[in-house]
Design a protein around this ligand. Structure first.
Ligand code: ATP
Ligand code: BTN
Length: 243
């Protein structure tokens, strides 16, 4: 079956919409919203988006081999977004492990992946992307330093083109990733890593562990170098901060 793209006006969240649909979903199905009334990030945090100033959408993808087939998915999506931005003339987008896109050290976009399915069964993934197109930093406080595409592409930045390029990249990369996994993308991801070889702090629960960011492995885990050697962190419960 073919994937389809729908553009909705006002909904809670494009992730929720794709999760709760009664329709049969095909890989690559995409929902875009003009306005989300309850856009969210990880850990129940909010995603804020002024009307018309941001790109908020989600794509459905099934991994037949379940959770293990998805390892590194949020990193792959970051690679897809950076490639798409390059196609739009933005060369400077970088990544922050595990799920953010940065532009000149500030947050440009975030990725929220939600999964349905039992361990050992196929995993139905909802890949949510929020990207600032025109979200002036002096008008909106989103809780951390942020930037938008109009900073580099000017006020006439074409939101539809950006959406089309990202969807195009995801439709290209997801089938390949499903077959070959994340390994072929490690190097490209590491080239795009804004924090490469820098001292960072990893927050997990109440703990804060400082170390040098030494990139990622094929499962998408962060490799942190501390006095004890290299420690691996998986995406779920962990946040990375500049030192
Ligand atoms: P991490 O993902 O590393 O844990 P994070 O602070 O980016 O850290 P997320 O839950 O991934 O946390 O994303 C939600 C966060 O995104 C919110 O806490 C808020 O600070 C930020 N945020 C909300 N809206 C925007 C926006 N339009 N642009 C940039 N950042 C935003
Ligand atoms: C993050 O920075 O943690 C992720 C933010 C993800 C926001 C997008 S907007 C489209 C989709 N729908 C949601 O409710 N969230 C994601």
């Amino acid at each position: 079956s073919y994937a389809d793209i729908s553009v909705l006006q006002v909904i809670e969240s494009t992730n929720t919409e794709l999760k709760n649909t009664d329709r049969v979903r095909a890989n690559g199905d995409t929902v875009l919203a003009e306005i989300q009334t309850a856009g969210r990030g990880r850990h129940g945090r909010q995603w804020l988006a002024p009307v018309g100033g941001s790109l908020t959408f989600s794509m459905y993808w099934r991994f037949n081999d379940g959770y293990q087939g998805m390892a590194g998915l949020s990193l792959l999506v970051g690679v897809a977004i950076c490639r798409a931005l390059r196609d739009c003339g933005v060369e400077e987008a970088r990544l922050k492990w595990p799920n953010d896109v940065y532009l000149y050290g500030k947050k440009l976009a975030g990725v929220l992946i939600e999964v349905e399915g039992q361990i050992g069964a196929p995993a139905d993934c909802i890949i949510g992307i929020g990207l600032n197109v025109m979200v002036p930093a002096h008008e909106y406080d989103v809780g951390q330093p942020h930037t938008d595409l109009s900073q580099v592409l000017g006020p006439d930045v074409d939101r539809n083109e950006v959406a089309a390029r990202i969807i195009e990249q995801l439709w290209t990369l997801l089938p390949d990733f499903t077959q070959r996994g994340f390994e072929p993308y490690i190097e490209e991801w590491q080239h795009l890593d804004w924090f490469a070889d820098r001292t960072v702090v990893v927050k997990t629960g109440d703990k804060r562990i400082s170390g040098i960011n030494r990139g990622i492995d094929a499962s998408g885990a962060l490799l942190l170098e501390t006095a004890d050697g290299i420690t691996r962190f998986h995406g779920g419960e962990v946040s990375l901060r500049a030192n």
